[in-house]
Design a binder for this molecule. Structure first.
Ligand code: SAM
Ligand code: SF4
Length: 451
């Protein structure tokens, strides 16, 4: 047992904090920001700067009990076909406001399960987007793939559409854990998917695995890591299972008595991380690992790692246009979110209106704090000269948060004239340190465990 008094004293095992994939976080979005804001933000985008695009496909054939993603189950093709028509119509509506000539350097399809689309639907969606926001020559196109809902024909269609990165959901290979989380997926099925992608020349593969699931033990998670390493993905996302049954109702099917406690979660993560690092993966931020040759590991070494709604990324674009139900967009002036329910989203699009239903206009101070939080989550260090170069001399909102940090974290953060650096327990405390700068934080809000 690696019980650590210092972390216990800081309350890390029990602590709750946002994951900071944006700042301000989505909890602060309000209906004051609507379609008019999105129209103006799109119209103001500079033509010479590429954007990123996210398309959400909120459908799955299976509904895994552990999953907190915005998604709905369907066994028939018609809701997916109707939804696709709406996304294509939304792309047309965006085109009415976007200056002509803007290109996309990143396109990501997430979900839900984008591989629920048929090959011809994949082609239609790609063509529709390319007509409005064509991709740059070296654009990255990544897709989230469920190995139980993919075929050679779908992989071929995605590769023909330009997919050059894929992210595969694994979670855990142990049978007892899979049964407890309502997600059955054999190693063989996962390997077939990996082989299909590699033989189609998709060279960059990510795998998602989870710690903190029911019945996981250090022995069982080592077996999952061994199997994942045998498949040799370029990147691994090792997420802490977020048990949020008040939001994700299907998690009520999970037996809470089988969930590991805070300290055991922490030990599971440490054991899995150590195994990945001895196996040749480099640690990235709080929960990612990558081969040293992978662009995310290279960006981290150069201090160029970034964080957005998809988590860690090498994407440094100022603008992310989110399409589809519940998608969040980021503009230089703020964030917007589309209607979350597909029926509400469809109604807006049929009315020929952008589907924005909430958001936040960000101030200069919000953007400065956002950068501080991003530095903490990505580099575990904040460099004041970099902030001054990007935001000007006035860092008072940053310096105000430093004295309480010195009091609480004095022995694990090193402070200097030019900034500060978390030097111990980086991954365990980063979210708590970031939270110290959050000017909106409401401690009564419920977030997932930090460790
Ligand atoms: C859209 S899903 C993955 C794509 C595909 N639908 C699949 O299941 O393979 C994205 C990822 O979110 C993560 N995720 C979902 N629910 C989670 C939760 N409650 N806590 C932590 N991570 C979660 C999982 O690792 C999952 O692979
Ligand atoms: S994990 Fe994937 S397949 Fe399972 S419900 Fe979530 S999005 Fe759907």
């Amino acid at each position: 047992m690696t019980y650590d008094l210092k972390l216990a004293r800081l309350g890390v095992y029990e602590a709750r904090a946002p994951r900071y994939t944006s700042y301000p976080t989505a909890v602060q979005f309000t209906a004051d920001v609507g379609a008019g804001f999105t129209e103006a933000a799109l119209a103001a985008l500079p033509v010479d700067k590429p954007v990123s695009v996210y398309i959400h496909i909120p459908f799955c054939e299976r509904l895994c009990w552990f999953c907190a993603c915005r998604t709905q189950g369907t066994k028939t093709a018609s809701p997916v076909a109707a939804y696709l028509d709406h996304v294509i119509a939304e792309i047309g509506l965006v085109a009415q406001h976007l200056p002509k000539g803007i290109m996309a350097s990143r396109v990501h399809w997430g979900g839900g399960t984008p591989t629920i689309l048929t090959p011809s639907q994949i082609e239609r969606l790609t063509d529709a987007l390319d007509q409005v926001i064509p991709r740059t020559k070296d654009a990255e196109f990544s897709v989230e793939i469920d190995p139980t809902l993919v075929s050679q024909a779908k992989v071929d269609a995605l590769v023909a559409a330009g997919m050059n990165r894929a992210s595969i959901g694994v979670q855990d290979f142990e049978q007892k854990v899979q049964t407890a989380i309502g997600r059955e997926q054999s190693f063989e099925t996962t390997k077939e998917c990996v082989d299909m992608l590699r033989s189609a020349n998709v060279r960059s593969l990510n795998m998602d695995i989870l710690y903190g699931l029911p019945h996981q033990t250090e022995t069982s998670v080592m077996d999952t890591i061994n199997k994942v390493q045998a498949l040799s993905p370029d990147r691994i996302a090792l997420y802490g299972y977020a048990h949020v049954p008040w939001m994700a109702k299907r998690q009520q099917l999970i037996d809470e008595t089988a969930l590991p406690d805070g300290e055991t979660r922490h030990d599971l993560f440490q054991a899995m991380a150590a195994k990945l690092e001895t196996g040749g993966y480099e640690a990235i931020g709080i929960d990612h690992f990558a081969k040293p040759t992978d662009s995310m590991a290279i960006a981290t070494t150069k201090g160029q790692l970034r964080r957005n709604f998809q988590g860690y990324t090498t994407d440094d674009m100022d603008t992310l246009i989110g399409l589809g139900a519940s998608s969040i967009s980021k503009y230089p002036t703020g964030f917007t979110q589309n209607q979350a329910k597909s029926s509400d989203y469809a109604r807006n699009i049929k009315d020929k209106s952008l589907a924005t239903y909430r958001g936040i206009e960000t101030s200069h101070e919000d953007r400065l704090i956002a950068r501080v939080i991003e530095m903490i989550m990505c580099d575990f260090a904040v460099d004041y000269p970099t902030l001054v170069a990007e935001f000007g001399d006035d860092l008072s909102c940053v310096s105000q948060a430093v004295p309480p940090l010195q009091k609480d974290f004095g022995d694990i953060i090193e402070f200097s004239e030019t900034g500060f650096e978390i030097v111990q327990h980086k991954r365990s405390v980063a979210r708590l340190v970031a939270k110290a700068f959050d000017q909106y934080i409401d401690d009564s809000a419920r977030f997932s465990a930090v460790s």
